[in-house]
Design a protein around this ligand. Structure first.
Ligand code: TUI
Length: 314
């Protein structure tokens, strides 16, 4: 059994976080992951505080285990979501897509462990000084909002830049990825795309099928021009957005083109106008299975890989 400092810190059985995927990671999915011994994380995305509060309460009715909330810092509702997480006293807050400094004191004084997603050494040092409990080093293989660096390059540099436990994210979907993350110095992993296939994940069946049928080259990054690069499945929508982006469409029109696209994918399975966020690992996600089984299977695979690694040492 693989246990690390992060398990003790949070009180979880397996060092596996489920990524806080906007519109997707609700109370039901998060509770299923937490019940499976990992850390389930409710995503706020661009939703208001009331939604987040509702989902926390739903999750609490389904599990007694530790629970996290992800605050997407670009959200217009970030302030009220931050407040809701503090008032509901979730165990962990993760943050994404920005600098969480202004909320750190509030969360810490509520007894919450703050674990920001970092995409650079600079941000790692800053959140370490601000009192984070750990960091998630997320490479650009991930789905959704992506940073510049890859996981292979980011994780060891983040490990060198902080004494806090590091969770690796981006490009991890099986035991090999977990084992590799440990070799890079991480103490745990966060997976997003792999959990899209969880039975408890309520995305539209069209979305789930697209993930299960994906190949290695199935994702692309759009949105660089407006400063928020996002990785999604290479669909007609993603191609049209990309062409508009580099074809000189004015900023406001481009912004309007993207509005609502994630909801159309998650809730309606709209293959023409939806934005299906996905990491590069989609092709490695092969079947639908319960979230708890994903957590256990991935960690058992990792254990085998790590035990076998010594065969290379002569
Ligand atoms: O946040 C994510 N993934 C996301 S957020 C999202 S919803 C969205 N809505 C509108 C525009 C864009 C996205 C879908 N997927 N991942 C965590 C993450 N955080 N990846 C990279 C970062 C990050 C980037 C820059 C963290 C900190 C950072 O700091 C920049 C700075 O210096 O402020």
């Amino acid at each position: 059994m693989i246990r690390s400092e992060i398990c003790t810190l949070i009180g979880i059985e397996y060092p596996v976080f489920q990524g806080g995927m906007a519109w997707i990671a609700d109370g039901k999915l998060a509770a299923a992951v937490s019940n499976g011994g990992g850390l389930g994380i409710i995503a706020a995305g661009n939703a208001p505080g009331t939604y987040v509060r509702e989902q926390i309460r739903l999750a609490r009715s389904l599990t007694q285990k530790p629970l996290g909330v992800n605050v997407m810092l670009l959200s217009p509702f970030a302030d009220e979501v931050a407040q809701a997480a503090a008032e509901e006293k979730v165990d962990v807050v993760t943050t994404g897509a920005g600098n969480p400094s202004k909320y750190m004191e509030m969360w810490k004084s509520a007894g919450i462990k703050v674990i920001p997603v970092v995409a650079s050494v600079g941000m790692t040092k800053l959140v370490t000084r601000m009192g984070a409990s750990a960091v998630i080093a997320e490479g650009g293989e991930s789905g959704g909002h992506v940073g510049e660096l890859t996981t292979m390059v980011l994780v060891p540099q983040v490990c060198d830049a902080t004494d806090l436990p590091v969770i690796a994210a981006g490009g991890i979907a099986d035991g090999r990825g977990v084992a590799a993350s440990f070799m890079l110095g991480a103490q745990g992993v966060q997976m997003g795309t792999r959990f899209l296939s969880a039975c408890e994940c309520g995305i539209h069946p069209v979305y789930k099928q697209k993930i299960l049928k994906a190949n290695d080259l199935c994702t692309m990054v759009t949105g660089k021009r407006l400063g928020h690069p996002v990785r999604s499945l290479r669909t007609p929508f993603a191609r049209a957005y990309f062409n508009a982006e580099y074809g000189g469409m004015p900023d406001a029109e481009l912004e309007a083109l993207g509005t609502g696209a994630l909801r159309r994918a998650v809730q309606e399975g709209d293959a023409e106008h939806g934005c299906f966020l996905s990491g590069q690992v989609a092709a490695m996600v092969k079947k639908e299975q319960p979230a708890a089984e994903i957590v256990k299977e991935v960690m058992e695979e990792a254990e085998k890989v790590l035990m076998g690694a010594s065969k290379w040492v002569k």
